[in-house]
Design a binder for this molecule. Structure first.
Ligand code: ADP
Ligand code: MG
Length: 222
């Protein structure tokens, strides 16, 4: 059985279904890039998986259990990073662990060093560049060692140079530990670099058009 199963998910805002009978099976330890037209429901899908939104129909199973953000650890990086303005970088980083009563570990420092944010710990989010905020959001999620990581267009608001560098850092981090990741992007080149699988979504209500392996996708892009 798949690691993450989305089975017949229907979710609507009011009358209009954004996802209708949506199905996706995700294997453990892979990065799935979700790509599709703007407004098709990609962000809605991630918010549903991490429990911010409740589906009207269907079920989501993570490791065979109905998904439950209180019992399972799900890292979610929203499009604009979701850092708390009134907390320092350090407090932002450790907030998730504090809430879940997870003790600090030596890996925390390693992640902070690897993502090059050790000199930023006493700053506030407003004192950071977009790339730095992005790295803090990634470190915060990664330090939880989540069973599942959800990233919503993580690099889309960065300039291309910073986006490229951030992507490299993310891939280096991911190589150390293959956390199962859903990564939303509308950038096909980025999808080809980062995704073990590329999931092509249709217009709203979104359904999976095709799932393409990285190798085949790279061949298609050439
Ligand atoms: P994507 O991330 O693929 O661009 P979204 O999931 O953000 O798309 O949105 C899917 C659809 O749902 C869009 O038509 C959007 O306008 C609508 N939508 C998103 N959030 C809300 C909301 N809170 N209330 C009503 N409609 C919404
Ligand atoms: Mg979106």
């Amino acid at each position: 059985m798949s690691y993450l199963v989305l089975h017949n998910i229907t979710i609507s805002y009011g009358e209009i279904p954004v996802l209708r009978n949506f199905n996706l099976n995700v294997e453990k330890g892979a990065i799935y890039c979700l790509t599709g037209p703007s407004g098709c429901g990609k962000s809605t899908l991630l918010k549903t998986i991490c429990g911010i939104l409740q589906p009207q129909e269907g079920e989501i199973l993570l490791e065979k259990q109905p998904i439950n953000p209180e019992k399972q650890t799900i890292g979610y990086i929203p499009q604009y990073y979701g850092l708390l303005d009134w907390l320092t970088v350090k407090d932002n980083l450790f907030l998730g662990k504090k809430i879940r009563k997870i003790p600090c570990s030596s890996e925390d420092e390693q992640i902070i060093n690897q993502l090059k944010i050790n000199d930023l710990l006493h700053r506030y989010p407003k004192e950071l560049s977009g790339g730095q905020q992005q790295r803090v959001a990634l470190a915060r999620a990664w330090m939880l060692q989540p069973q599942l990581l959800l990233m919503d267009e993580p690099f889309s608001s960065l300039d291309s140079f910073t986006a490229e560098r951030s992507l490299e850092l993310f891939l280096q981090l991911w190589e150390t530990q293959n956390i199962t990741t859903l990564f939303v992007t509308h950038n096909l080149r980025e999808a080809a670099r980062v995704g073990n699988y590329i999931v092509m979504l249709s217009d709203q209500p979104a359904e999976v058009r095709e799932i393409i392996s990285q190798k085949d996708f790279n061949r298609l892009l050439c």
